[in-house]
Design a protein around this ligand. Structure first.
Ligand SMILES: [Fe+2]
Ligand SMILES: [Fe+2]
Length: 295
């Protein structure tokens, strides 16, 4: 029954006026594609249960925090913690968009659990290392909840491409932060934490990349259009919207954790290579539909 409804929605989408795919607005995908998404999710979940679960309490050597850690490192940890604290907006805004897809809604339920651990771990480290006080952490939480984060793209496919790009950029940001930490005296607790978090981010990227690959097989032109719209105007979520957002971004750039050059070299080009998309395909122009501005 569900399959039939999805097939009908897909058939309708090809008839919709103005070239706007109904599937773009509702997130309904053809049943064949949806079955493939469900398999992706089950693989993701089984692997996560077997290889990737970690304990916030037991797997991080909290007694080995370095009280002399470089304040510049702690500042970036605070910024990343703030970005992770937008979780209620990330989950509450994306779920209605992908609601017709069980593979994607179940994924986001699991993803929300993993992301919630990231903000807890970063916040716990800021306190345990003495880098921030309870009062400063309360101020940080209040600053985050003063502003609402909104989806940077207006279609489920645009958001899928955005999530793929953002997760790889986030993986690299945590990996690069860990390298800077090692160069500046290290902290065994933060080092282990960053390793665990970056492995999660890489797994999130792999799921979304495989999802984009399914859409490329299904409708290459439309998927390429979304890739151009999203990847040529990419910005990390929420960080610019924080108080002192410019200063926070500049601090991330100064430590060479993320920058436009790093994005192009370590995010943009590797994604094209992994998806087997030629750079020339990313240059070709077809009419671009209206999109919300990127975050
Ligand atoms: Fe995260
Ligand atoms: Fe993630």
């Amino acid at each position: 029954m569900l399959s039939l409804m999805q097939d009908e929605a897909w058939a309708l989408s090809t008839l919709s006026p103005g070239g706007v795919l109904l599937t773009e607005l509702t997130g309904v995908v053809p049943s064949e594609l949806e079955r493939a998404f469900w398999r992706l999710y089950r693989d993701f979940f089984d692997r996560a249960e077997k290889k990737r679960r970690w304990s916030l309490r037991d797997d991080i050597p909290w007694d080995q925090c370095n009280p002399d850690v470089d304040p510049a490192i702690a500042d970036v940890v605070e910024s990343f913690c703030a970005v992770e604290l937008y979780l209620p907006d990330y989950t509450s805004k994306i779920l209605p968009v992908v609601r017709p897809s069980r593979g994607r809604t179940w994924f986001y339920a699991n993803w929300g659990y993993e992301e919630s651990k990231h903000s807890l771990a970063l916040g716990d480290w800021l306190l345990a290392s003495g880098s921030r006080t309870d009062e400063q952490m309360t101020d940080l939480e209040n600053m985050v909840f003063e502003r609402e984060w909104n989806l940077p793209h207006d279609s489920q496919l645009g958001m899928l491409v955005y999530a793929m790009t953002q997760e790889l950029a986030t993986f690299l940001a945590y990996r690069n932060l860990r390298q800077r930490l090692e160069e500046r005296g290290d902290d065994p607790a933060l080092n282990k934490l960053l390793r665990l978090v970056s492995v999660d981010e890489r797994a999130h990227y792999d799921f979304f990349r495989q999802g984009v690959s399914l859409f490329l097989q299904h409708d290459r032109d439309e998927t390429l259009e979304q890739m151009r719209r999203v990847m040529h105007n990419f910005a990390m979520p929420a960080i610019n919207e924080l108080a002192e957002g410019r200063r926070r971004v500049a601090a991330v750039n100064a430590l060479e954790i993320m920058s436009e050059d790093i994005y192009y070299r370590d995010v943009y080009l590797p994604i094209l290579a992994e998806l087997d998309v030629d750079r020339a395909e990313m240059r070709s122009r077809i009419p671009v539909r209206k999109s919300a501005p990127t975050a």
